[in-house]
Design a protein around this ligand. Sequence first.
Ligand SMILES: [Zn+2]
Length: 404
Amino acid sequence: MLDKRQKYIFQKKLEELRNIKGQHTELISLYIPPNRQISDVMAYLREEYSQSSNIKSKQTRKNVLAAIESIMSRLRFLKKPPENGIVFFVGTVYNGQPKLIAEVIEPPIPINTYLYRCDSQFYLEPLEKLVEEKDIYGLLLIDRRECTIGFLTGSRIEMAAYMTSRVPGKHGRGGQSQRRFERLTEIAAHEWFVKAGEKASKLFLEKENLKGVLVGGPGPTKREFVNANYLDYRIKDKIIGVYDTGYTDEYGLRELVEAASDDLEELDVIKDKKLMRRFLNEVRKDGLAIYGEDAVRKALEAGSVDTLLISDSLNKYKIRAKCNNCGYEEIMEIVGKKEIIKCPKCSNPMEIIEKIDIVEEFIELAEKTSANVEIITRESEEGEILYKAFGGIAAILRYKGNHY
Ligand SMILES: [Zn+2]
């Protein structure tokens, strides 16, 4: 598995590649797995090269041949593929001027795809699969009135089903009819548990990567439900624990994950929660918390940061742009994707010479002083608080300083 930082950087790279569109079928993706002979790949490319010489459009032919040549010239220096394999994305893009771009990626985990594709966009699926969230936990809340089924994926909690029962309350009128009433109630409860168990088992079994199941609810019902085998045995085997929650509706799902936090220490969602709680606590008592881009940058440079908390959704970049008309150069910060930046001197579109992702910049700063880095997604409540209330950049300091 990738750590959050590797994942962040990798996903950013994929996003960049995803946004590249060729004018025609002229962008080449080449996946070479670790066990493939380079000489095989070269032979294949030579064949593709001669095939591509028949492409009718002169422009497309020129671009495709240039891309294949570029890959071949790089492969000549390789004796064998790197240990995780290697992937090439090469082609001509038109951003005003045509430009041959060549992106070479060594995947963070081994690939087993061998593939050559020439298309109007890059083929990214095998790499996208590498960074998909793998671990999923099933969530089940049950009492005699309600049942909620959900999933915890990474930091995301989502509801999958909500059901209500028709089991009457436990107390009837007493006397003869009381016993009859109780018997009917138990039959209704049994039917309710069967229905809930079947629904939960079905939904959980559909998930290939289900790592565990958490069961919750108020009172003893949830344990009776678990012990009485209403769940498929394959699901029952995956139960990590049974926990008390006050609610059995969607709100209860959060409660359940929270209640199970000691058993799920390693999960991102729990780590994020604990860290953000620590941070907010420091904010409240005006202690070791700081936030905002400038304050955190200064603290990182001073080496006083213990833990950097940064949102993965900043989408902010520091760029160096140059005007090729009048030579004017400027370093600026931009948010999101800005295609064209006009020169403030002569209004010509400027060329972006350098582009640094703020998140990556901060991670690097943190690593220089061995501060801990936590990249927090907006999928969780805590992540949303970090992004909205603190601008997405915050830190917990090692000691209290007065230089900010
Ligand atoms: Zn200019």
